[in-house]
Design a protein around this ligand. Structure first.
Ligand SMILES: NC(=O)C1=CN([C@@H]2O[C@H](COP(=O)(O)OP(=O)(O)OC[C@H]3O[C@@H](n4cnc5c(N)ncnc54)[C@H](OP(=O)(O)O)[C@@H]3O)[C@@H](O)[C@H]2O)C=CC1
Ligand SMILES: O=C(O)C1=N[C@H](C(=O)O)C[C@H](O)C1
Length: 233
């Protein structure tokens, strides 16, 4: 496939390596210095850019009939608008807050655990995410996905970064040099603790999942998720 990389930073470069190993061609690399770019002859675009750049990049792909794999986080306040435009323009779109295959299994574990724990309201729920210090958004997109699934089965109406709001689900977002991405959900009672944790050892898992999603989406129309790619959930 001929792939455009919209964003050529830490993730763009890791995706390039994995895509080449899987015999794809990287025909376009876009970063903050790119003035304008053409999408002719592109089979699929993979956007790992910035919260401010993601929506324009995605809409440009819809305008040129190019399927988009969207990995950028921190722009989800525009998600419904983007979905509506995708449908209107008959585009092809797949967003995932985390493309790692392991995290997508972890999402399913989190859903199952939260349904079971709904029977035991004496457990307090807490969440922690740890990422590298260059990360622009907090909490991580992955933590938001996890929190939304927990909230569906709990007394909480929303999540918060503020530990002083006990009525909201607290996400402790830590920034530590060189951490690729760690997420933990913990249930604590007076008698015991249950926790589930995913630790990324590098960015390769995110990149592999994004390339697998790009291979899967070729030739399809509509809005998809990693659950469609992996046939789970
Ligand atoms: N869904 C997932 O599985 C994962 C998602 N992410 C998310 O992906 C995003 C990128 O992460 P990461 O690679 O670590 O970040 P980096 O900061 O390393 O890379 C961001 C890239 O975007 C470029 N950029 C800036 N403006 C534009 C623009 N207008 N159009 C295209 N590219 C632009 C930057 O250019 P320049 O270098 O010139 O500044 C840079 O190359 C983040 O939102 C992160 O949260 C990260 C890992 C996994
Ligand atoms: O910025 C990152 O690095 C990551 N961002 C994603 C997120 O916000 O959840 C996924 C991963 O944890 C790495």
């Amino acid at each position: 496939m001929k792939i455009a990389l919209l964003g050529y930073g830490k993730m763009g470069k890791t995706i390039e390596k994995i895509a080449i190993e899987r015999h794809h061609d990287i025909v376009l690399k876009v970063d903050a210095d790119t003035q304008d770019y053409a999408l002719d002859g592109i089979d699929v675009a993979i956007d790992f850019s910035t919260p401010d750049a993601a929506v324009d990049n995605i809409l440009k792909c819809f305008g040129h009939n190019v399927p988009v794999i969207s990995g950028t986080t921190g722009w989800l306040q525009h998600y419904n608008e983007v979905l509506a435009l995708c449908k209107e323009r008959e585009g092809t779109f797949l967003y995932a807050s985390n493309f790692s295959l392991g995290v997508n299994i972890f999402f399913e574990l989190n859903k199952t655990l939260s349904k079971l724990m709904a029977m035991l309201p004496e457990y307090a729920i807490s969440m922690e995410e740890i990422h590298h210090t260059q990360k622009l958004d907090a909490p991580s997109g992955t933590a938001i996905s996890l929190a939304e699934d927990i909230i569906k089965n709990s007394k909480y109406g929303t999540w918060t970064l503020d530990a002083a709001k006990p009525k909201e689900l607290h996400i402790d977002a830590k920034r530590i040099e060189n951490v690729p991405g760690t997420h933990e959900v913990t249930y604590t009672s007076t008698v015991d603790t249950i926790s589930i944790k995913h630790t990324a050892h590098s960015r390769e898992g995110f990149a592999l999942g994004a390339v697998i999603a790009a291979e899967w989406i070729a030739g399809k129309k509509g809005v998809f998720s990693m659950k469609d790619v992996l046939n789970i959930g």
